[in-house]
Design a protein around this ligand. Sequence first.
Ligand code: ZN
Ligand code: ZN
Length: 293
Amino acid sequence: MITAADFIHPEDAAAMAQLENITGFPTFVKKILELGLEKMQYGINMASAIRLSPKQLPKLYNRLPPICEKLGIKEPEFYLKMDPQPNAWTFGDTKPYITITSGLVETLTERELDSVIAHECGHIMCHHVLYHSIAQYILQGIDSLGVLGVGTIPIQYAILYWYRKSELSCDRVGCIITDPETASYAEARLAGGPASITKDINLEEWAKQADTYEEIRTDGLWNKALQVYAIANQTHPFSAVRVREVLKWSKTEQYRKIMEHLRAGSSSSRCRECGNFVSDSWEYCRHCGTKLK
Ligand SMILES: [Zn+2]
Ligand SMILES: [Zn+2]
């Protein structure tokens, strides 16, 4: 089994420590929790999305259990929502659940989808979900209710900053469950469109855009503009930066060790016929029907 400490991105850990050290942060969190939004969100999701299960769209559902097993986490509830925009998110602190959109399923190959599902499971492993949910409330305009107060704006900003950094840790989980190329391709599709358009994308070239971006970013004026942009809805780091980070990390000793450890622990976790991930409790591969035991 692996733990969050094995792969957490240093910028995530640093931003989290900074956030939790802000005076008034615990009170802020408590204030939000008292609003009971988690229950409301869960209800909305239950009413508007389709809950995937062995009896409901099993082909899609079956991608989840082997990933959870490999990562050693309890299986969260899993939902599909009609939305042409490719997206996935994890919500709920006491009972986390993952929702993916129909646009995501259409844009990605099955393996790339595994990488995104693994990314979401990463948020559960890292205990990101509570603060993520709070970040979502902020983005959805919770403050227009006037419940948080002007004094909490620096805290809100710090949460959104950490939110972007937290993505870098979870991209690593996508890379652990699939491989660096698949995780990067998933990111490329999300930036440039489905495989029919981005099939031949040159990942290295694209990752280079992150360096160019870095040069622009260090320019003082841009930095200022970015701060405004960051507050207004920019929740994820730029995709080229994410690809560069994941490709860089996949060449480290840390990544090699995790992969070696996982291979030693679960050599049987892939179907020999179709190559998809399978759960140890399955008699038959639920992707292709091959007998596993
Ligand atoms: Zn994420
Ligand atoms: Zn199979």
